[in-house]
Design a protein around this ligand. Sequence first.
Ligand SMILES: Nc1nc2c(ncn2[C@@H]2O[C@H](COP(=O)(O)OP(=O)(O)OP(=O)(O)O)[C@@H](O)[C@H]2O)c(=O)[nH]1
Ligand SMILES: [Mg+2]
Length: 488
Amino acid sequence: MLSRLDQPIAAIATAPGRGAVGIVRVSAKDVSSIIAAICPRDLPPRQAVYGPFRAADGSAIDQGLAIHFPAPHSYTGEDVLELQAHGGPVVLQLLLARCLEAGASINLRVAEPGEFTQRAFLNGKLDLAQAEAIADLIDASTEAAARSATRSLAGEFSREIHALRDALIDLRMLVEATLDFPEEEIDFLQKADAQGQLERLQSHLARVMQRAHQGALLREGLHVVIAGQPNAGKSSLLNALAGAELAIVTPIAGTTRDVVRQTIQIEGVPLHVVDTAGLREGADQVEQIGIERAWGQIEKADAVVFLHDLTRADSADYQAADAAIAAKLPVDVPVIDVWNKADAVDGGVRFAHLPRLAAGHPTSDATGRVARDAGTVSEANPTDAPSITLSARTGDGLDKLRKHLLEIAGWQAAPEGVFIARERHLHALRRVDAHLMEAAAHLARQAQALDLLAEELRLAQNALSEITGEFSADDLLGVIFSRFCIGK
Ligand SMILES: Nc1nc2c(ncn2[C@@H]2O[C@H](COP(=O)(O)OP(=O)(O)OP(=O)(O)O)[C@@H](O)[C@H]2O)c(=O)[nH]1
Ligand SMILES: [Mg+2]
């Protein structure tokens, strides 16, 4: 029996639902028997041929274009047949069923998610980072994310990884050669400027990490939760950021009870904004559930907009309630103090004494997110976050908030150089960085530690190669491709 990776596969390649055109795709070692059964005549390579797609009894299921991509010049690198029919769910199901029937003798089966792309990877059509970029391009939620995915797909990210790998190999060869001639080692490494090579490698890695971090941001976006006491204007702020009346706004405290979500974008960075129930004591049962959900969202947030009502800023009760909320905010999440309703107070308001409730929280994602990855509590960044004053009603001050959110995310506006990246890539790059740091320490100690230096460089290369898939565990591949959509 053929292994799963060698079995012929078929799937509907277009999105479910109705459309002008829908595509059924077959990939196999040899698709000629399916062409003979379904298509009107022989198909010249890579040429669209119009005609009926035939059922077993010879009747036409639909009329459309058939294209044969003979191996290896196809998406998967295998023999591929594409049938472009009308894009109705029923007609496409019929066509897929017909393919499976015609391919029964070669054991044609329905493809699992990502299986076509997995074959493309295994047949050397693209590397792992490029394969992931295909899924990221399909899932891109902003134009900037789509453009950076295209850049990764074209191999820009992989080229950087290869350049790093080549420099690493050069250095490894040097060190391994030195290991063979221990009596000359110090002199030899110094003459070849091993230290300079390693430093250049580290600074190149730092640049790649920076770009990859930006790419990961475009892919994942930032999860921002708006929290605060009832009536602070949280729902009004969500609506103002989204430019649409999404959440209900009333002067009644306790209006919002459920979690309201909206994805917006700022400079192409997706921001997943969540409006929550106002936090207070003594709420009724329904509102209480909303408040629990709000805390659940806050725990998971990348950043919290802690919204305060300027018109009540002077009230001692209001301040006490705000302080009680502040004390409960998780310490490792960046918090921005935002004072709303600036339009409703006259210019004489004493902004200077507005309490800095967010003090003690990290001010940027660099501290917040990294600390969370490591599963540790961050050392809170003591720098005070600036507090922002705005009006959700007039829109005054919103830009300052938008800019600040981008800062927290660590976004640096240079989208032309950004390639899409995933947490998996960042994780691998951080490991490369750690191994190079160890290597630098061993190099400084030289004589005693040359074999340790060689080992760190080898580990660094392995971590790097995981990104492009040259060195990857099979189960990792399974996880990556299973997250693709079916037919891809
Ligand atoms: N003057 C003024 N009023 C505002 C502003 N933002 C919100 N409001 C008013 O404040 C009241 C409460 O606004 P919401 O947006 O519902 O407040 P919320 O924080 O979502 O309240 P809950 O859902 O009850 O927690 C409404 O009457 C709004 O019109 C603002 O910038 N200026
Ligand atoms: Mg509300």
